[in-house]
Design a protein. Structure first.
Length: 164
């Protein structure tokens, strides 16, 4: 394939999943092969399967983009911590500005690889979901896993909205 690591290509596929979910079926089968080297041998075309895949894959992609939003927000807030608050006495690394800033910056930077791995996992789930719904072979667990991840994403979104 290419010199880009497979986990990074899977993360990129997770980001591509949203436009793919609202588009026609042939690119949904072609992009995994070109980007990841994963073939999805299609079933006979079924409008029901295409709509089902659009709904589940689209919902999972929206959860993925929300996750990316939270990851970028966390990294930026860590880097720009002194601009976001005026009290450092009770902050992690406080009571000084230098201590609070360094702790928040380190945490934000240390979590970037974790976020990328989770993103790669979501991309792998998207490929397996495509294979399960639109492909001829493949296990059926990705459908249940995608629905569970979407439910967890909804709960995370509601909790994020109601945080103090």
């Amino acid at each position: 394939m290419s010199s880009v690591p497979a986990w990074l290509r899977a993360a990129a596929f997770a980001l591509w999943a949203l436009p793919l979910a609202v588009g026609p079926v042939p690119p949904r089968l072609r992009v995994p092969r070109r980007l990841l080297g994963e073939s999805v041998n299609p079933r006979r075309y079924s409008a029901v399967r295409a709509v089902w895949h659009s709904m589940v894959s689209g919902a999972l992609a929206v959860v993925t983009w929300f996750f990316v939003f939270l990851a970028v927000l966390g990294a930026v807030r860590g880097a720009l911590y002194p601009l976001l608050t005026d009290s450092y006495a009770n902050a992690w690394g406080g009571p000084t500005l230098a201590g609070a800033w360094s702790v928040h910056l380190l945490i934000g930077a240390a979590l970037v690889p974790v976020w990328l791995l989770v993103l790669a996992g979501l991309g792998t789930l998207q490929v397996n979901l495509t294979r399960a719904v639109l492909g001829r072979v493949g296990p059926r667990w990705p459908v249940a896993a995608a629905v569970l991840v979407c439910a967890g994403g909804v709960l995370l979104f509601v909790a994020w909205l109601h945080q103090a």
